[in-house]
Write a protein that binds this ligand. Structure first.
Ligand SMILES: Cc1ncc(COP(=O)(O)O)c(C=O)c1O
Length: 451
């Protein structure tokens, strides 16, 4: 019998998160206070984050225990299945062995609940009543709505305007879990009103929505802010994916030569790839590839510099690959990949040559997603289609070179709320966006000056 899915029993759900920081080839650069330009104190973050998450953000422990109430919720869908893509391999006629971790099986449909659940838990334990956040494609907003509902908290979501109208049912999903979701830029915050005054037609960006959500948290006493990617603690929470994948690959008697994930802020890629970093460091020849859109080529065309995480400069400065905090990417359907920066830990590993980065245009990604759905059955999110496009290219290369390579990728989410995007693709109404060189140049000219 062909084993299409490699499953772990529920008792094998990882009990701790893997922290990559002690395994980095160079020390991470500290976040800076935007006012003083000095390393940020934990107290600088206390206005918007609970103490437990601030401690995780800076922890140097190799692993951190997952609290039992968090495990209890994760067990609703974890461990997630590892699939062997036999049918895709056959369709491509490749000698490559392709595996994927299916994070689309979570209640919200993506990897995002892996961090929304612990974030809601730690906030609730700290007495916080309400969380504010931004969302691109709606995956993160719905994941936080789900987690807030589980822990009896209110949830306020600022959703990037172009995605809000592309994916109306994501908003309904958030409402099912009791959250409130409005399009960003909105007139509810000063940050949003400033953007609208400059450009009433602005389609929004993750950087703008983050400004609105942070302002919401700072101006409401009962509210904290929650971020769905980029920060160290978010990447940490996602490492359950890679730890499970390692155990499942062992069960399958295989080890990846190539690990692939799409990159918005870097969390699903890091979640899968980071647990492989020690193996790579010990000499195993594993390529870790992050895939981004050509419309928002943060690692492939950005600079490695201190920048704000948001549009209006409210967050601490992070040393990261960035296109400039006021860069507004074109309205591609992979809304979750429209972020100007990359997680500092992923950026550092990229700059140190541990992580490779590639970029793909929208049409090629949809073509790959359709090939995948016709072979494997699963319709992936537009974000995930970037990983699929890269995997298919690597499988072709293996065929050309006659190599039996093993490829593992993260199927970060399903695309059931993205039918409008697929519809446009089939109608020939989607286009690629060239690398926005002038816009990036302009945005990079506004990087904050750091001595
Ligand atoms: C399905 C899916 N994959 C990937 C991403 C990109 O985020 P990250 O790079 O943090 O994994 C998103 C973001 O919304 C998403 O919804």
């Amino acid at each position: 019998m062909t084993e299409y899915r490699i499953l772990l029993p529920q008792r094998d759900l990882p009990k701790s998160w893997y922290n990559v920081i002690p395994d980095l080839p160079a020390p991470p650069s500290p976040p800076l206070n935007p006012g003083t330009g000095q390393p940020a104190n934990p107290s600088d973050l206390a206005a918007i984050f609970p103490q437990a998450l601030i401690e995780q953000e800076v922890s140097a422990s190799p692993s951190l225990p997952i609290p039992e109430p968090v495990l209890e919720v994760l067990r609703l869908w974890r461990p997630t299945p590892l699939h062997r893509a036999y049918r895709l391999e056959k369709a491509l006629g490749t000698p490559a062995k392709i595996f994927y971790k299916n994070e689309g099986v979570s209640p919200a449909g993506s990897h995002k609940p892996n961090t929304s659940v612990p974030q809601a838990y730690y906030n609730q334990r700290a007495g916080v009543k309400r969380l504010s956040t931004e969302t691109g494609a709606g995956q993160w907003g719905s994941a936080l709505a789900l987690a807030c509902n589980i822990f009896g908290m209110q949830c306020m979501v600022y959703m990037v305007k172009c995605s809000y109208f592309q994916k109306p049912h994501r908003r309904t999903m958030m409402e099912c879990w009791g959250a409130k979701c409005i399009p960003s830029p909105s007139d509810q915050t000063e940050a949003g009103r400033n953007v609208l005054a400059e450009d009433p037609e602005c389609t929004g960006s993750l950087g703008i929505a983050i400004s609105e959500a942070v302002e919401d948290a700072v101006t409401h006493k009962d509210t904290n802010y929650s971020l769905g990617s980029v920060l160290n603690h978010v990447l940490l929470h996602q490492t359950v994916i890679g730890q499970e994948a390692l155990a499942q690959m062992k069960l399958a008697g295989a080890m990846p030569d190539i690990v692939v994930g799409c990159c918005g802020g870097g969390s699903n890629f890091a979640g899968l790839a980071f647990p492989f970093v020690p193996l790579k460091a010990s000499g195993k020849n594993i390529r870790l590839i992050g895939v981004e859109p050509t419309a928002c080529p943060t690692m492939t065309k950005g600079v490695y510099a201190y920048d704000f995480g948001d549009k209006s400069g409210m967050t601490p400065l992070l040393k990261m690959d960035t296109l400039g905090h006021d860069f507004v990417p074109a309205g591609i359907h992979a809304g979750g990949l429209r972020y100007h920066g990359m997680a500092p830990l992923v950026s550092l590993l990229h700059r140190e040559g541990v992580v490779e980065a590639v970029s793909y245009p929208q049409l090629k990604c949809f073509e790959a997603a359709v090939t995948f759905s016709r072979a494997e059955g699963i319709i992936v999110a537009p974000e995930t289609s970037h990983a699929v496009a890269c995997v298919i290219d690597e499988a072709w290369k293996a065929k050309e070179e006659g190599k039996e390579r093993t490829i593992l990728f993260n199927l970060s989410g399903h695309g059931h709320f993205d039918m409008a995007a697929y519809e446009k693709y089939f109608a020939g109404e989607l286009s690629d966006y060239a690398y926005p060189e002038e816009k990036v140049k302009e945005a990079l000219a506004h990087l904050p000056k750091v001595s």
